[in-house]
Design a protein around this ligand. Structure first.
Ligand code: ZN
Ligand code: ZN
Ligand code: ZN
Length: 762
């Protein structure tokens, strides 16, 4: 019997080859009908024998293109009609856009084969792509996702490209960036001053420059990279010097997984991440001796590797024959990555010896994403290219909210229905360029989602640029959300939790409701509110922000707090090293309460310990001391934990427990005198933190009967802390939730802010 069914498919089903796929599938099952893109995704009508339709429906989601993401599939029966064959109907401009835009996708295997096939018409063409790969998010101006709405609109397809574009059986059917050497974008080689260098093979010449030790700026998908030979100490040192980047690690591009294996330990999951179409930078354990020079990632046990994701990368590596290239964001220190050719020349001209540019415009900057496998799951350290703008799916519908994030590692987030759209990594708003990008990211996200939320969410810190921006928006309501509350809410959101949880939020800095600098917090939290249940005991931060840049100040603060003025007589290397005059000044500041805010920050505790043991006394980038203290542990397996004492805080805060670090420092100082090796001290410190926060959670469970724990905050980028605290809590019977979709750091803050504000608006 003939039947006809209408199938509505929602999710990421446009720009991923879904229509040609359905076209072929319908043919294989001898069904007539049609398919069209619409505002929510695609609508399919199929007609034929009942059994064939049932088979078709079974196959539809399971064999879908790998880039498709089906979030909903609704089938209704409708009246049959007489039309034969199966057709793809043209798209229309939709009233309200609910379909999802795709992130940029790494060059696929088919395109790669053609790229290196001398018989193919796109042989060595740096812009080869198809429906399964190529740029998306970074070249889109608006919706629907069609060529006129992209930066490809200025290139007119040649007859051969157009024929591919219009043929439903072709891999390039409706591939919006489709192009070839006859009609598409071109590469040029420029000198440091931006002058075009005559060259028949610009990529080959750039590769030759790299081999000779030069620094080359390369235009990528979401911005410029600075490339240098990762096996040449001189090249890497020169890059550090010119980029003014002392020792923050560089990411490295390698041609294939086999090359990655030469430099790092790779699990099957790591390999999968490296080769995934999203192509993030993957943080991997570094093999001890290898060709990559130490200056690429000094004092680190890990190395950030990634594989080529554009044809241009493939060609550059192929032609240079180098096993590894440093590929770092094309910017000065913490500024946003450069995207326009002229902007790159003016900002990077003093760093790069040459530029590889092209004339396909990048409309939106997007840095590389950084991920790491920890405790059996993928963790986001920076969520950007390849992931944005795929939403985080939520457990229920919410009113529209725009959350503007924090100050460092900023992202913004828009809630719409059951989806939360986080922006790409915006960066540190302290610099003017980044603040400009912040406003641009908000504008673009609102544009492509076609939503203008009237409710805003921001951090409680009154001086953050993001907070000030939110409060200055006329006619819109802005809700300030406490920093650690937002961290825990973001962890709840991505794990689809509701109700209340025990939230352990450990990070560097977050403005507290008492005006102090929080960061070692245990909260009883739900979206609707929180109470502070436990925290690391307060110590002064002498000099405020200066104490963040100079961890030795925190060591002085902790020693003075726990040993009094006599700490200077302690027979340890630190007291011999530290400048007496400076210590006097700090002690006076702390006693007289001058620029010495109180803090319960976990990050500052890491800093103090790193400085005391001599791992790091001044930092060149955020989190450096903590990262190096973790790395210093090596594979030490010492089981001792430095003790921390949990005691009832003094009134008026009786409901709150305080985690006292005095016994920790007494034991640590004793170990320093013995002397116990640094790896053992680092391990004992980490063990102590795990034990203290696990016991705090147990105390709170006894009072509250809650047994779900959420772990969030930048300190959970410490793999040891995340892994061991999770294990310890699970052994004690807790259900433990942590981050996988969004960063645990402030990069995920906007998601939590959005949920807290949305709840207030329900
Ligand atoms: Zn492809
Ligand atoms: Zn063409
Ligand atoms: Zn934070």
């Amino acid at each position: 019997m003939q039947v006809r069914k209408r199938i509505r498919v929602s999710g990421i089903v446009q720009g991923v080859g879904f229509r040609p796929y359905v076209f072929r599938l319908a043919g294989a099952h001898h069904l007539s009908g049609h398919i069209a893109n619409d505002a929510a995704g695609v609508v399919i009508e199929v007609q034929g024998p009942d059994a064939n339709i049932a088979e078709f429906l079974r196959a539809l989601p399971s064999n879908a293109p790998s880039l498709a993401l089906i979030t909903d599939l609704q089938v209704t029966e409708i009246a049959c009609d007489g039309a034969a064959g199966f057709s793809i109907l043209p798209s229309e401009k939709f009233e309200s856009v609910r379909t999802l835009i795709l992130p940029d996708i790494a060059t696929c295997e088919d395109c790669l084969r053609e790229l290196f096939d001398p018989a193919d018409r796109r042989y060595l063409y740096p812009f080869i792509n198809c429906t399964n790969c190529g740029p998306r998010f970074t070249i889109i101006r608006g919706l629907p996702y069609d060529r006129p709405q992209t930066s490809m609109s200025v290139f007119r397809m040649c007859p051969r490209c157009l024929a591919e574009y219009e043929d439903p059986r072709n891999r390039r059917f409706h591939a919006q960036p489709n192009a070839c050497p006859d009609c598409g974008p071109r590469v040029e080689l420029l000198d440091a001053g931006g002058q075009t260098l005559a060259s028949v093979d610009p990529v080959g010449d750039a590769a030759e420059l790299l081999r000779g030790g030069s620094i080359v700026a390369v235009k990528g998908l979401g911005g410029f990279h600075l490339a240098a030979d990762a096996t040449s100490a001189a090249s890497v040192e020169r890059l550090r010097e010119r980029k003014n980047r002392v020792d923050k690690p560089f990411a490295v591009i390698v041609p294939d997984p086999a090359a990655a294996e030469c430099f790092c330990e790779l699990t099957a999951e790591d390999r999968e991440l490296l080769t995934s179409p999203r192509r993030p930078i993957v943080l991997l354990s570094r093999k001890r001796s290898n060709l990559i020079v130490d200056a690429v990632a000094p004092f680190q046990s890990t190395l950030g590797l990634f594989l080529p994701y554009t044809p241009l990368h493939h060609l550059l590596l192929h032609k240079s024959q180098l096993p590894a290239l440093v590929m770092t964001s094309g910017n000065l220190s913490e500024e946003p990555i450069a995207i326009a050719n002229s902007e790159a020349v003016s900002r990077l001209g003093a760093i790069a010896d040459a530029f590889i540019v092209h004339n396909r415009e990048i409309l939106l900057r997007s840095d590389d994403s950084v991920v790491r496998r920890v405790a059996g799951r993928t963790r986001q350290l920076r969520r950007s290219r390849g992931y944005v703008p795929v939403p985080v799916f939520l457990h229920r519908e919410f009113p529209a909210v725009l959350a503007v994030g924090g100050e460092l590692k900023n992202t913004v987030c828009i809630l719409k229905g059951r989806q939360a759209f986080l922006s790409q990594h915006v960066g540190d708003l302290e610099n003017a360029e980044a603040f400009h990008f912040f406003r641009e990211a908000i504008e673009h996200l609102q544009e492509i989602l076609e939503v203008r939320p009237s409710l805003l969410a921001c951090d409680l810190h009154p001086d953050y640029f993001s907070t000030r921006w939110a409060l200055a928006q006329a006619g819109l309501r802005a809700m300030a959300v406490q920093h650690h509350h937002a961290h825990i809410a973001s962890c709840m959101a991505e794990n689809h939790l509701d109700g209340r949880v025990i939230g352990i939020a450990l990070d560097g800095t977050g403005y507290g409701t008492d005006g102090c600098v929080w960061g070692g917090e245990v909260l009883l939290a739900g979206y609707a509110g929180f109470t502070r249940s436990a925290h690391l005991a307060y110590v002064p931060m002498p000099g405020g922000a200066a104490a963040i840049r100079q961890p030795w100040r925190m060591a002085v603060s902790y020693l003075a707090s726990h040993f009094g003025d006599n700490f200077r007589e302690l027979p340890i290397e630190f007291t011999r090293w530290v400048d007496r005059g400076k210590v006097n000044t700090l002690q006076r500041m702390m006693k007289e309460n001058l620029n010495s805010p109180l803090t319960s920050s976990c990050g500052r505790l890491f800093d103090a310990v790193a400085a005391l043991v001599g791992v790091r006394r001044g930092v060149n980038y955020e989190g450096q001391a903590a990262i190096e203290l973790e790395a210093a542990m090596g594979d030490c397996s010492d089981a001792t934990a430095y003790p921390l004492e949990i005691r009832c805080a003094m009134p008026p805060n009786e409901a709150c427990w305080e985690i006292d670090t005095r016994p920790l420092f007494e034991n640590l100082v004793r170990d320093l005198q013995t002397p116990v090796p640094v790896p053992v001290i680092s391990r004992r410190f980490h063990n102590g933190l795990v034990e203290a926060f696990a016991r705090a959670a147990e105390l709170i469970r006894n009072q509250s009967t809650l047994s779900r724990v959420c772990l969030s905050g930048g300190s959970f980028q410490n793999a040891f802390l995340l892994e061991h605290l999770t294990r310890r809590l699970e052994a004690a019977g807790f259900d433990v939730f942590s981050h996988s979709e969004v960063p645990a750091s402030d990069g995920g803050l906007s998601l939590g802010q959005a949920l807290v504000a949305a709840y207030s608006g329900l």
